[in-house]
Design a protein around this ligand. Structure first.
Ligand SMILES: Cc1cc2nc3c(=O)[nH]c(=O)nc-3n(C[C@H](O)[C@H](O)[C@H](O)COP(=O)(O)O)c2cc1C
Length: 307
């Protein structure tokens, strides 16, 4: 997730309760092949305990996809995922990401370019259509491409993240795959809020795996086989927030916006008496030191765990 699953947040998740596979934020191949390379490259950092790690890429030029794919092999990634699902209006207007759902010729070119550059496992992350659901046409097309996996966010582009995810379309995709006798792994995605729900949906809709995005904001232990049904206590939330701030400070210092880190405050400072007030105090801070000080010494809610 863009501006969320950087190397620091993935580290927090790896320590607290790791998923089976990690994905990076999406990384722009055109930027990597331009003067903007350095800023974009920070999205490529990972640590060994974040394996298996799949790098997600997006962009315009097939030649850039090819060149970057070769570099990603050398960087040691375990797999490559191509974003064909981002619903951003400008991205769509420029014919990128989810626009490829209606541009099979370009999608074919991009997939071929990545395969030319790398023999790593290759997946596509996509949606059900742009304005209307076109599962048969689009997923049928992708299944012809000899991919290792397809992750389907079960909404159209137009639906953004608003309408409920259409999990019955995941079942349809699996049925299409089976009818075509392909062995491409199908991963369902959208609105999964617990590990139990993920396991239930995998069973009910027949997919091989489930991707969880925003669910980790509500429960940082969502991937943990034992702790998944327990919520973090007040003290644990603040402990993990401190850890996250320290990781972010040590990795990025002044090179990445402090405001991006502050977006995580609502993830940790929630669900205990005085949380709203403490959140406001934390949001008003201007530096790592100030934020750490607030988290360590705030008088709000002290010692009153609610769970
Ligand atoms: C802040 C944010 C950033 C996201 N960035 C990406 C991204 O870089 N690549 C991607 O494939 N999906 C991205 N997504 C979409 C999620 O991967 C996922 O498909 C979507 O949130 C639905 O799943 P969920 O209900 O489990 O969150 C992002 C979502 C959010 C909320």
């Amino acid at each position: 997730m863009d501006d969320v699953t950087d190397v620091c947040f993935r580290q927090v998740v790896a320590e607290e309760g790791r998923p089976d596979v990690f994905f990076t934020e999406f990384v722009n191949v055109d930027a990597l092949c331009s003067a903007g390379r350095e800023a974009q490259s920070r999205r490529l950092l990972y640590t060994e305990d974040q394996r298996p790690i799949v790098v997600q890429i997006w962009g315009k030029e097939p030649e850039h996809f090819r060149k970057v794919a070769a570099e990603l092999v050398a960087m040691g990634f375990d797999g490559i995922d191509i974003n064909m699902g981002c619903p951003d209006r400008t991205v769509l207007k420029n014919g990128l990401c989810s626009a490829l759902i209606e541009d099979h010729a370009r999608a074919t070119e991009i997939i071929a370019a990545v395969k030319e550059g790398s023999s790593l496992p290759l997946s596509i992350k996509t949606r059900l259509g742009i304005r209307k659901v076109v599962t048969e046409d689009w997923i049928g097309f992708l299944l012809e491409q000899d991919l290792d996996a397809i992750t389907i966010h079960a909404r159209t582009v137009k639906e953004m993240s608003k309408a409920p995810a259409r999990w019955e379309e995941i079942r349809r995709a699996v049925d299409i795959r089976d009818a075509m006798k392909r062995d491409t792994v199908i991963i369902g995605n959208g609105d999964v809020a617990s590990r139990a729900q993920a396991l239930d949906y995998a069973e009910r809709y027949g997919c091989d795996g489930v991707m969880i995005g925003r669910g980790v904001f509500r429960n940082l232990w969502i991937f943990h086989p034992e702790k998944c049904d327990t919520e973090l206590s007040f003290q644990e939330r603040l402990r993990v927030l401190r850890r996250h701030v320290e990781l972010y400070r040590d990795k990025w210092g002044e090179t990445r916006s402090f405001a991006i880190l502050k977006k995580f405050i609502k993830v940790y400072v929630a669900g205990f008496p005085g949380a709203a007030e403490m959140r406001k105090e934390c949001m008003d801070t201007q530096s790592y030191g100030e934020l750490l000080e607030k988290v360590t010494h705030s008088s709000i809610g002290t010692g009153i765990p609610t769970n």
